[in-house]
Design a protein around this ligand. Structure first.
Ligand code: SF4
Length: 680
């Protein structure tokens, strides 16, 4: 095959690259401007990995045995039918992923509701972006992570990054920040914090108190953008009633950040012309994640940033299709186009596109954590089909999740490598990966991208769309196309009139290189690179301040668990590591779990640099090698979450959920630290 222009398989920046066979070269695409991180450079290795799955497998007497595709799909369809006949439609659940293409996310949602008639579908995006999505929807009436192009940041004078570490997680992004004065909010001194003129390091779980303290300082300093607040927003008084009591000295006592630094941050933000506030997982992954992101949005609104040319608020999406993956129906409560499943008009419209009775569509189902907890229970699903996710490593309290998977009557996993979740399955279906198929993704700035097929898949491998097509036919439900462009044509119609309206996007326009940011409501519409310039998406066109109050982490340290633990990513690994742990150049750099500890804290626990340590919480424990980090708060440890088995950080994380987004509290829990053979 000739050289093909495509995009990286990993994060939401979706850097442009050219593939020649499995050889990768960076491409001059706006978000990466010729740059790639180490993951992008080495991504071609995935295409030739000897660990690649190429044959469907069925578990026989405890071992996975190769079978033909027809045998595997017949078997799956028969088992799903039997279980639904015995226990009802919700006996079968579907689990998707934020890395799946728009076409796959769309078809999974349709497959669940039309072919299976189950309400039980959700996806791993709950772990990544759902708090920012909920907060953005409340404030602006629509959730597009960055409602402006990444390249706008080049003209920023000041950027505040709250809980974002792009210098490590998406390095090419930082070139857009070079001209800006950076304020970084992070309990750790990350590589991004190293770039900042002001690093605010709040105690874990106190970010909202910090946002309230800075908002107070803005108003106290006379910097409230009063005319913007009057003209474009509602609800300031309600939000201020809470923020008024968060004078910086009070916020200092809770966060550990000095009141002087809060006032300095407020002055920097207020006195610059082009200002952006960006949030990411550090703000979101809390039991109060929606409120915390809401606190940063309130600050942005008070400064008059959202919907103003040259300034703004945005959320840095994580997974490759984290944006598109949350728009087209693989969420428990959602229909394509970011429509709500409980909206009668939305049900009627989408049912019309699908050719079914609106009353036949199930209602909203369980969200991710509740779904995983219900597996195999009396009233829960008896079968689960997993596409593009590795929950055994990525879900909080992961041993419990593994136990729930083991309690199922039937587990099917479609993947291209034998992930830790696939290794537990009754049926494993080998599917195509990024460069072996066409598909669209929507990057962190809402731009729809065509990731083109660059090489043929290995013999024996089929696309996820093929799998759904084959199963739907066996279930007596035609109408599930296997060709990506055909699925996209249907998605266009299904999304028409929704918030995320793709109806004017076509493969041809994307092949022609058009930069189409949704909404694109007509065939000749140029797309919407900058949203909210005229009005916000609420019916009255105004943004909403949302009253938010700091309540703190769901679990506080005590005598038994005196430290706090936080988790995150490293440059060389991606999410559960199922892909990047297979790439030698990446895995050689960070081959195993580690725990960052302040040397004094480590020594008090009898630990030296390089020692294996036991990190224990109320839910479980993990083993990781000690790394001394002088800049870390003595009351905090940090672990990456990419590693399997006893090195899983998620063995100890707290599954406490945000009440709105249902996102777990990955970012903080109480732990103890000890030698592997000692008591904490
Ligand atoms: Fe890929 Fe993200 Fe790295 Fe770009 S920054 S090369 S999209 S992993």
């Amino acid at each position: 095959m000739p050289q093909v222009d495509t995009h990286c398989p990993y994060c939401a920046l979706q850097c442009g690259m050219t593939l020649d066979g499995s050889r990768v070269a960076p491409r001059d695409f706006p978000v990466n401007a010729g740059g790639l991180c180490q993951k992008g450079w080495t991504s071609g290795s995935l295409l030739t990995s000897p660990r690649r799955l190429t044959t469907p497998m069925i578990r026989v007497d405890g071992a996975l045995e190769p079978v033909s595709w027809d045998f595997a799909l017949d078997f799956v369809a028969r088992k799903l039918t039997e279980l639904q006949e015995r226990h009802g439609p919700d006996a079968v659940a579907i689990f998707g992923g934020g890395g799946l293409t728009n076409e796959k996310a769309y078809l999974l949602g349709k497959f669940a509701r039309v072919a299976l008639g189950t309400s039980q579908i959700d996806y791993n995006g709950r772990f990544c972006m759902s708090s920012a999505a909920a907060a953005g929807t409340k404030a602006f009436g629509a959730d597009r992570g960055m409602p402006f192009p990444v390249t706008d940041l080049k003209n920023a004078d000041v950027v505040l990054l709250a809980g974002a570490n792009p210098a490590e997680t998406m390095p090419p992004f930082t070139q857009h920040l070079r001209g800006a004065d950076l304020i970084v909010v992070d309990p750790r001194r990350t590589p991004t914090a190293e770039l900042a003129s002001l690093h605010l390091a709040p105690a874990p779980g106190t970010d909202l108190a910090l946002a309230l303290g800075i908002l107070h300082a803005v108003v106290e300093g006379g910097h409230l953008a009063q005319s913007y607040v009057d003209a474009r927003t509602n609800g300031f008084e309600d939000a201020w009633r809470i923020a008024a009591s968060w004078w910086p000295e009070r916020a200092e006592r809770v966060t550990g950040v000095s009141a002087a630094d809060m006032r300095l941050a407020a002055a920097k933000l207020a006195n610059a012309r082009n200002v952006y506030i960006l949030t990411a997982r550090g703000a979101e992954q809390h039991a109060t994640g929606t409120a915390t992101v809401g606190g940063w949005i309130n600050l942005a609104l008070a400064l008059g940033l959202p919907g103003r040319a040259g300034s703004g608020y945005g959320c840095l999406t994580g997974q490759g299709n984290g944006q598109g993956g949350r728009e087209h129906g693989q969420k428990a409560d959602q229909l394509p186009g970011y429509r709500k499943l409980d909206d009668p008009a939305a049900r009627e419209y989408v049912a019309g596109v699908w050719g079914v009775d609106p009353d036949s569509l199930p209602g909203p189902g369980r969200s991710t954590s509740e779904l995983l907890e219900a597996l195999g229970q009396e009233d829960g699903p008896k079968a689960l089909m997993v596409f593009g996710s590795n929950v055994v490593v990525s879900a909080p309290r992961s041993q419990r999740v593994q136990d729930r998977l083991s309690a199922l009557d039937f587990l099917v996993v479609a993947d291209f490598v034998l992930s830790e979740t696939a290794a537990l399955a009754d049926v494993v279906l080998p599917v195509t990966q990024w460069a072996e198929e066409d598909g669209t993704l929507t990057n962190l700035e809402g731009r729809v991208l065509l990731r083109r097929k660059a090489i043929d898949p290995p013999p024996g491998v089929r696309s996820d769309l093929d799998v759904l097509n084959g199963l739907a036919r066996r279930l007596g439900r035609p109408g599930f196309p296997a060709d990506a462009e055909t699925v996209f044509e249907e998605l266009r119609i299904a999304s028409k009139g929704g918030i995320a309206d793709y109806s004017g996007v076509s493969y041809q326009r994307l092949r022609d290189g058009e930069a189409l940011h949704w909404p694109v409501p007509e065939n000749d519409h140029p797309g919407t690179p900058r949203m909210f310039l005229e009005s916000f998406a609420h019916p009255d066109g105004r943004a909403r301040f949302v009253p938010v109050e700091h309540t703190g982490p769901a679990e506080l340290p005590d005598d038994e668990f005196p430290l706090q633990a936080t988790t995150g990513r490293v440059l060389q690994q991606y999410q559960s590591g199922a892909q990047t742990r297979l790439i030698k150049e990446l895995n050689d750099v960070v081959p195993e779990a580690f725990v960052e500890v302040h040397p004094d804290t480590a020594k008090r626990a009898g630990l030296e640099e390089g020692d294996p340590a036991r990190i224990r919480s109320r839910r479980g424990e993990t083993i990781a090698k000690v790394r001394f980090v002088q800049s870390l708060r003595p009351d905090l440890v940090f672990l990456p979450f990419h590693f399997p088995g006893e090195q899983r950080a998620n063995l100890f994380t707290n599954p406490a959920l945000d009440p709105v987004s249902r996102m777990p509290e990955f970012k903080v829990c109480a732990v103890s630290l000890s030698t592997v053979d000692g008591a904490a």
